[in-house]
Design a protein around this ligand. Structure first.
Ligand code: ATP
Ligand code: MG
Length: 419
């Protein structure tokens, strides 16, 4: 038999709060609506068909009666939705369950539920508090009286013996509203940021390393829709591509990103052109090639900017000058959200996103293939001259490369069929 028979009868509801959104003035209804849709879709993708309602300053997920394990799975989904600053997993006692429809206040179920919450939380020496907020002034008991009553229930029926209203180690909170009462013990921190889809679309240049996936995640956290382009040494068939390291990274990220695409572009044409010319080249020519292909794809996919995982001075190739040379090779802006991060911070984030193990796998980065000793300085005009010499027709180079690309599509962690 269940150890929480009273709690098991209660509907689960999650209050979702959105911090920064409250600043957005006129735009606010859009933001709330967007977050509501995003939460709904994220939950649906995980198999939860539950209503998500919006109020002025929060959302409500009405999960119904649900086993604890399912509830934890639902809450884990909320951890992956940008724009949630914190959320409160609560139990809901309907006014009818407290006899209020008949006018006879009936506290047995509430007493029992509070007891079931308090009992397992007991620790030697710890102090507890019960706190009641009464939005419904018609409720037939004053907040302070309800607090005392429930405190008494806990003292009498559990191991708890110490109360502290000012510095409790454990709290049970009640929100009494018109239609019933929310009961909860904790608030959990969400990922913060802004709802996906509020701030534009970006195309991320994704490598097999640690940095670019974290850069993509940071952009999504700020509300951007994110797609990816990755350059590979060879042309790739769809099936082969699916198990590829970068594909697995994108699949993982798509749990936060929602719908996302990965375009795998072979750089064989670039390689061949340079080989024929027998030009000594370094990484920066390749970076400029990647940026130009990405710019072309961004136009097709509706991305306003490119994003890279560049980090100032982290490796020899990432000098200010090289970044400038790359930026100047295209018209589309290039954003570098990790520019000033410490490597430690990036690795930490990578762990938090459960990407560390995948990113750590050995991977023959094309950059490792191409450049043995990257030049740390490069001038745009000099590079343009080299490019004019080496590549007869740069547009054709871009088009030919993109023509051999393979696209994978993901949605909330799942590979989608190509149409
Ligand atoms: P990362 O950890 O993201 O690989 P890094 O510090 O290793 O970054 P580089 O490998 O020099 O640095 O790459 C810098 C940036 O260039 C990457 O963050 C990524 O945005 C882009 N990039 C590098 N290689 C590729 C590739 N094969 N395809 C697409 N983008 C790439
Ligand atoms: Mg790399």
């Amino acid at each position: 038999m269940s150890e929480t028979p009273a709690l098991d009868q209660l509907e689960r509801r999650v209050l979702v709060h959105f911090g920064e959104l409250s600043l957005k003035g006129q735009n606010r209804p859009n933001y709330v609506q967007r977050l509501r849709t995003n939460v709904q879709q994220r939950l649906q993708a995980a198999g939860f068909e539950v209503p998500v309602r919006s109020a002025y300053d929060r959302l409500f997920v009405e999960a119904g009666v649900m086993p604890a394990a399912d509830m934890e799975r639902l809450l884990a989904c909320l951890d992956e939705v940008p724009g949630i600053s914190w959320y409160t997993p609560a139990w809901w006692i309907d006014r009818a369950q407290m006899g209020l429809e008949t006018g006879m206040l009936e506290l047995d179920l509430l007493d029992q539920a509070v007891q079931e919450l308090a009992a397992p939380a007991w620790r030697e020496g710890a102090r507890f508090a019960i706190r009641v907020k009464r939005g419904n002034k018609g409720f037939p008991m004053r907040s302070i009286d309800l607090e005392r009553h429930l405190g008494g229930v806990v003292l009498k029926n559990t191991d708890w013996s110490r109360v502290s209203l000012t510095e409790p180690d454990f709290r049970i909170l009640l929100d009494v509203v018109n239609h019933g009462t929310y009961l909860y013990t904790e608030r959990r921190k969400g990922m913060g940021g802004l709802p996906l889809g509020m701030t534009g679309r970006v195309l991320t240049l994704l490598s097999g390393g640690f940095d670019s996936p974290v850069a993509a995640w940071l952009m999504a956290k700020r509300g951007c829709e994110v797609d990816f382009i990755h350059f590979t040494a060879n042309h790739m068939q769809q099936k082969q591509a699916e198990s590829y390291k970068v594909a697995r990274i994108v699949q993982r990220l798509s749990r936060v990103l929602g719908r996302t695409r990965l375009h795998l572009v072979p750089y064989t044409h670039f390689d061949l052109a340079l080989m024929e010319q027998q030009v000594p080249y370094d990484l920066i020519l390749f970076r400029r090639f990647m940026a130009r292909c990405a710019q072309r794809l961004a136009a097709d996919w509706g991305a306003q900017v490119l994003v890279t995982g560049d980090n100032l001075g982290q490796v020899a190739s990432q000098t200010m000058e090289n970044m400038v040379s790359m930026t100047r090779s295209v018209e589309i802006p290039v954003l570098r959200p990790l520019l000033t991060y410490e490597k430690e911070e990036i690795i930490d984030l990578s762990r938090r996103l459960a990407l560390f193990e995948t990113c750590k796998e050995p991977y023959k980065d094309c950059c490792a293939l191409i450049s043995h000793s990257p030049k740390t300085r490069s001038r745009h005009d000099k590079l343009e001259a080299i490019e004019a010499r080496c590549f007869e027709d740069y547009n054709a180079l871009i088009e030919n490369s993109l023509a051999e690309a393979t696209t994978l599509r993901y949605r909330y962690g799942q590979l989608e069929e190509n149409e």
